[in-house]
Design a protein around this ligand. Structure first.
Ligand SMILES: [Zn+2]
Length: 138
């Protein structure tokens, strides 16, 4: 399968994928080389552990050419999170960020109540403990 993104450029040495496959150099059939040059061996190893080369190839062939670089970066990120937390992966990060968003929304609501009060538009209000519960330094 040719992703057609290496523009005929064949690097002198192996890419991270070819090196993993014990090839001495990257030939014209190497489709993953442009995304995983040798200096990205660690990134490739993460993606390889989580997705495997066949799935990586299938995923990249299913997206448009101009989206493949972003797809690779996303797969690397997902793989790193999955290796860090085998059960939840990126879901753990998403839950943490959602909790932070809720906390910040409550803080914003409390500040807006105070603004309305000082402008004479509303009832006096002070932030309650529940408004500030879970407040974290950012
Ligand atoms: Zn290669």
């Amino acid at each position: 399968m040719n992703f057609g993104n290496n523009n005929g450029h064949v690097p002198a040495g192996p890419c991270a994928v070819c090196k993993h496959l014990a090839k001495d150099f990257c030939d014209a059939t190497c489709n993953l080389g442009p995304y995983f040059p040798l200096h990205r061996t660690e990134d490739f190893q993460c993606v390889h552990k989580v997705f495997g080369i066949p799935n990586l190839t299938n995923i990249l062939s299913s997206v448009k050419e101009n989206e493949r670089a972003t797809t690779v970066e996303t797969l690397i990120l997902e793989a790193r999170m999955r290796l860090r937390d085998r059960v939840h992966g990126s879901l753990q990060v998403e839950k943490k960020l959602q909790a932070e968003v809720k906390t910040v929304e409550k803080e914003l609501e409390a500040v807006n109540r105070q603004l309305r009060f000082f402008r004479g538009e509303g009832e006096p209000s002070c932030p309650t403990n529940s408004d500030l519960k879970g407040k974290k330094k950012m």
